[in-house]
Write a protein that binds this ligand. Structure first.
Ligand SMILES: NC(=O)c1ccc[n+]([C@@H]2O[C@H](COP(=O)([O-])OP(=O)(O)OC[C@H]3O[C@@H](n4cnc5c(N)ncnc54)[C@H](OP(=O)(O)O)[C@@H]3O)[C@@H](O)[C@H]2O)c1
Length: 362
């Protein structure tokens, strides 16, 4: 891989769950230099360490990796005052309502890679999952042309959709997928810090509803697995039935997935198809890419979030419990695990940005 000139980047929402993970992903990045930390008015004017210190003095740093010292004393700026021309790319990690006007103010000037849903469903906006549909990135040209922007917005999906499409894409390509029934067991960090999930609600409990989540999974899956036809994405014709639940796990979303294939395939073939998936993408050698996109385990007791979520720095989708599904036509079923704040948020978004640089789009 040829040497890229270093790019200055900003993280907006740097104090949140996803934002903190961006600090970890970007701390020693060979191409990106994190030069602006932005958040809300609440944090603005404080040092990063002060901004994430709670009223009782507790440091609310949620990553397993230590807070990179060099960022601790950096000032946090109010995202509304961030001049996008002072950086080459913005990573956005704020809730959708706040993200919309902010991303709209940055994108006329620089590329914005976003973890928020604000732009995901617009016709000229691709939702990119590295290795799955990175070729959809070409759609940013339409965005720039039609909106008159020099930059663009590229969102990543909802963190539950991410693991699902990584496992479905190889099956869709090799055999076709007509229908999917999925139940998620989603980690607490997926709900963020503001307000997050109250300890008393989740301890000794499972919460069987996450607002708007099931609709997002259904819509995003069809779009991501769709085909880029000229200047638009034709969504995949696929029926997706999702049930999303919150469980008492810190990081890592577990999904139980049944898929009805267009043609029959043996379990051995399916396992091989999953294992072989994404090799060309991995071979691009992008800095945050894992050595394999899908890791298939034969152990009937895996994947488990506590044990498997850190595989390949949280960038692998770990698939196990591969079985036939007797209910769906040509049915197969599996359990998968995807790290929601790494592949599903910051490190996944960093990999998207690396791909955009690789393609000459950033
Ligand atoms: N958590 C995950 O696993 C995950 C995965 C994929 C995608 N996402 C998406 O990532 C985004 C952030 O989620 P999160 O879980 O990190 O949430 P979070 O922990 O609640 O953090 C929210 C962040 O947004 C900032 N913020 C809030 N209002 C703002 C405003 N008006 N202007 C500027 N900054 C503002 C907060 O800053 P202050 O500290 O100053 O309030 C904080 O940095 C959401 O869109 C979410 O859907 C999250």
């Amino acid at each position: 891989m040829t040497q890229k000139p270093r790019r200055r980047v900003a993280v907006v929402g740097a104090t949140g769950v996803a934002g903190q993970q961006f600090l970890v992903s970007l701390a020693d990045h060979p191409w990106f230099e994190l030069s602006v930390l932005a958040a809300s008015e609440r944090s603005a004017g404080r040092s990063y360490r002060e901004a994430i210190t709670g009223p009782g003095g507790a440091l609310r740093w949620g990553c397993e990796e230590p807070l990179p010292e060099r960022f601790a004393s950096e000032p946090v700026v109010d995202a509304r005052t961030l001049d996008p021309r002072s950086v080459d790319l913005v990573f956005s990690a704020v809730e959708s309502d706040a993200a919309r006007p902010l991303e709209e103010s940055f994108a006329p000037h620089v590329p914005v890679v976003s973890t928020a849903s604000a732009f995901r469903y617009e016709d000229d906006v691709p939702i990119i999952v590295p290795g799955v549909n990175h070729e959809h990135a070409a759609l940013v040209k339409r965005q720039q042309r039609e909106r008159g922007w020099r930059g663009y917005v590229v969102p990543i999906p909802n963190c539950t959709t991410t693991g699902l499409v990584v496992a479905l894409a190889p099956l869709a390509r090799a055999y076709g997928v007509r229908s999917v029934v999925m139940t998620s067991l989603q980690a607490l960090s997926g709900a963020g810090r503001s307000p997050g999930v109250a300890a008393l609600d989740i301890l000794d409990n499972v919460i069987p509803f996450i607002p708007k989540e099931e609709e997002k999974v259904q819509r995003e899956t069809a779009k991501i697995l769709g085909r880029l036809e000229g200047d638009r994405i034709a969504p995949l014709e696929i029926a997706v039935s999702a049930t999303c639940t919150r469980v008492n796990v810190r990081d890592g979303h577990t999904l139980s997935v049944s898929a009805g294939l267009s043609r029959a395939a043996s379990l051995g073939e399916v396992a091989e198809t999953l294992r072989a998936f994404g090799r060309e993408f991995v071979d691009l050698g992008l800095p945050s890419a894992p050595p394999e996109l899908v890791h298939v385990t034969e152990d009937p007791y895996r994947p488990q979030p506590r044990v498997d979520r850190t595989l390949h720095h949280g960038m692998a989708t770990v698939v196990g419990r591969l079985r036939s599904d007797p209910v769906l036509p040509n049915g197969v079923k599996l359990v998968l695990l995807s790290h929601n704040t790494k592949m599903g948020a910051a490190r996944g978004a960093t990999l998207v940005a690396e791909y955009l640089v690789h393609r000459g789009l950033a």
